[in-house]
Design a binder for this molecule. Structure first.
Ligand code: ZN
Length: 220
């Protein structure tokens, strides 16, 4: 790929796959080993930019960045960090829409490694299984903590919930700001990007309208 193509893919946020592209060797190293290697490479980046790493304020930056990547921002790459999605039998027979809204999104765009921040709104119509409410938030956070494109993030959450809950009747909406749009390139400070993915009953307009109507209400 030449540099022009690389820029084009980044600015158009093109991605081809629902799964995050990973190497087969992704988890051969421990977190501690990864932090050490990233620390080294990040210090090389800083030096190349001309920064003096002997300065007190800068000397710990490569380690801080490495630890933040492995343990926080990109911890969702490692399946070991996936939350246990315990589902329960739908004993009370609730079979209408359940909406979990304003779930924080703290992600990063995989084309520029800059933050994506915003909210996810998720709804499902239970069949035989229900899930603990906070588990939806944890699942959203798990998939967000990877280098991402917003479309793929939405689809990964949808697919996982559909499989865990054993129903197609799930909808996921994400509205987010991309720092790579607001702080570089076009430098648009106000625009947000919204993605909406769904299956099952949400293919019907009325279900989507009900969902959008609920998330439009001011939350308490
Ligand atoms: Zn980007």
């Amino acid at each position: 790929m030449d540099e022009k193509e690389i820029e084009l893919i980044g600015d158009n946020h093109i991605s081809h796959n629902t799964d995050t592209p990973m190497l087969p060797t992704a988890f051969n190293k421990t977190d501690a080993e990864k932090i050490k290697t990233i620390e080294y490479h990040f210090s090389e980046i800083m030096k190349e930019l001309g920064l003096d790493l002997s300065d007190d304020s800068l000397s710990g930056t490569p380690y801080r960045v490495a630890k933040m990547y492995v343990k926080e921002l990109f911890s969702g790459l490692n399946p070991e960090n996936k939350p246990q999605l315990s589902v329960f039998e739908n004993k009370y027979g609730y079979n209408k829409m359940l909406v979990d809204q304003n779930i924080n999104i703290d992600s990063a765009c995989e084309h520029h490694f800059l933050p994506i921040t915003g909210f996810a709104h998720v709804a499902y119509v239970p069949k035989d299984k229900v899930i603990g409410l906070s588990k939806i938030n944890r699942l959203v956070d798990y998939y967000a903590r990877r280098p991402q494109v917003q479309e793929r993030l939405s689809m990964q959450i949808l697919k996982d919930l559909q499989e865990s809950l054993d129903t197609e009747d799930v909808i996921v909406m994400i509205s987010a700001k991309h720092l790579c749009v607001s702080s570089r390139g076009i430098k648009d400070k106000n625009s947000t990007t919204t993605t909406l993915v769904y299956g099952g009953c949400f293919e019907k307009k009325q279900y989507r309208a009900d969902f959008l109507n609920i998330i439009d209400q001011p939350s308490t």
